[in-house]
Design a protein around this ligand. Structure first.
Ligand code: AQP
Length: 343
């Protein structure tokens, strides 16, 4: 049996990319899993703190994320849904693992290198603006490893942007197992389960991925957006002035992104979708993309509207999920503590 673990940060309302790259995929995994498979989905609040957050907004975003996970169809009876920040085993394991993780490995993380590049003085490369960098930004891949390893996860469904972090998780597990090998290797080396759908790009700047925290709200479509907002954002999406529609991500990133979105909505191959639009124009494509996104989001949006008023139910789901996750990870943490010499 598999143990499937994945997480999402409560850094805002999930968008098209999070939906197809994570949430919708989780629902498919839940549907197709064997009854023996265990599924754990986590709202990873501690990760959100690596960037400045308004406390009130974060508190609200955590609850909203939980409600949205339920609204898209994750069933709390089948899957364990929980707030990472309510299970202290994660931070405890992260500390122990960080004491085994060479700094050099973390320095090689693309996410860290990107942060470092942003904080460098444009005129003097050797000068780094420290106020933009905190220790958590540097070490959060270890926390991510702990999230996964605490449950003995065998499979981690994530997008390709997370591939390097999963490799690190395997490395860290291997270091732990070699350092504390007896009586048998304890930590499971998890497998990457690459999300089948392609990365969805910003509607305004298709050279970057769609992101919750991008300043321009028109660059994304959020799961709770109305049909009117969806239509206007798709209509305003950056494309090109080349006639006809073709799928060519390098030369036509904006147009190709719309095809990717449509293919994700209709669950078809992007080449099949592109062929259908060969003789059409951007106007026709955009109208159909907007309709397809609305068709995909309508159900979850309505369910979210219903659920968000059900405060006692949401609290109960979170409590029960955290209790289950705690009970599950307690076993691992107890053994980890024993092995490292902390009874
Ligand atoms: N644009 C995207 N296309 C496809 N998949 C995406 N994911 C994120 N953006 C895209 C996938 O969503 C899952 C959860 O992501 P996360 O919330 O943990 O953090 P993130 O990857 O950093 O997402 P954002 O939207 O860019 O958030 P912020 O702006 O807060 O950093 C992951 O499986 C990811 O692959």
């Amino acid at each position: 049996p598999r143990v499937i673990f994945s997480g999402i940060q409560p850094t805002g309302i999930p968008h098209l990319g999070n939906y197809f790259g994570a949430l919708a995929n989780w629902v498919k995994l839940q549907r197709d899993a064997s009854p023996k498979d265990e599924l754990l989905f986590s709202v990873v609040g501690w990760h959100a703190l690596t960037l400045p957050q308004d406390p009130r907004a974060l508190l609200a975003a955590r609850t909203t994320m939980m409600a949205l996970i339920l609204a898209v169809g994750i069933d709390p009876k089948r899957s364990t849904i929980f707030h990472q920040d309510q299970v202290q085993n994660h931070t405890e394991l992260a500390w122990i693992l960080s004491c085994l993780t060479p700094i050099g490995k973390l320095k090689r993380m693309t996410t860290w290198k990107t942060r470092l590049a942003v904080s460098r003085n444009a005129n003097d490369e050797s000068e780094v603006d420290d106020s933009l960098l905190n220790t958590g930004l540097f070490t959060y891949p270890v926390l991510q490893a702990a999230d996964i390893l605490a449950y003995g996860a065998t499979h981690v469904p994530v997008g390709e942007d997370q591939q390097q972090h999963l490799e690190l998780t395997r490395d860290i597990a291997d270091i732990f197992n070699r350092t504390y090998p007896k009586p048998a290797p304890l930590l499971t080396l998890p497998q990457l389960m690459l999300t089948p759908s392609k990365r969805i790009l910003s509607l305004k700047d298709p050279s970057v991925k769609m992101s919750k925290s991008a300043i321009d709200a028109n660059s994304r479509i959020e799961l709770t957006d109305t049909a009117t907002v969806i239509r206007s954002r798709i209509r305003g999406a950056t494309t090109d002035s080349i006639r006809g529609i073709t799928y060519d991500p390098a030369a036509r990133p904006g147009t190709s992104n719309l095809l990717t979105i449509l293919a994700a909505c209709t669950d078809e191959d992007v080449a099949v979708v592109a062929a259908r639009y060969a003789g059409k124009d951007h106007g026709a494509l955009k109208a159909d993309v907007a309709d397809a996104v609305e068709a995909a989001f309508k159900g979850p949006r309505a369910e979210f509207e219903r659920l968000r008023a059900e405060t006692p139910f949401l609290l109960r789901v979170a409590e029960e999920g955290a209790a289950r996750a705690r009970e599950r990870s307690d076993v691992m943490i107890r053994e980890v503590r024993r092995r490292v010499g902390l009874a």
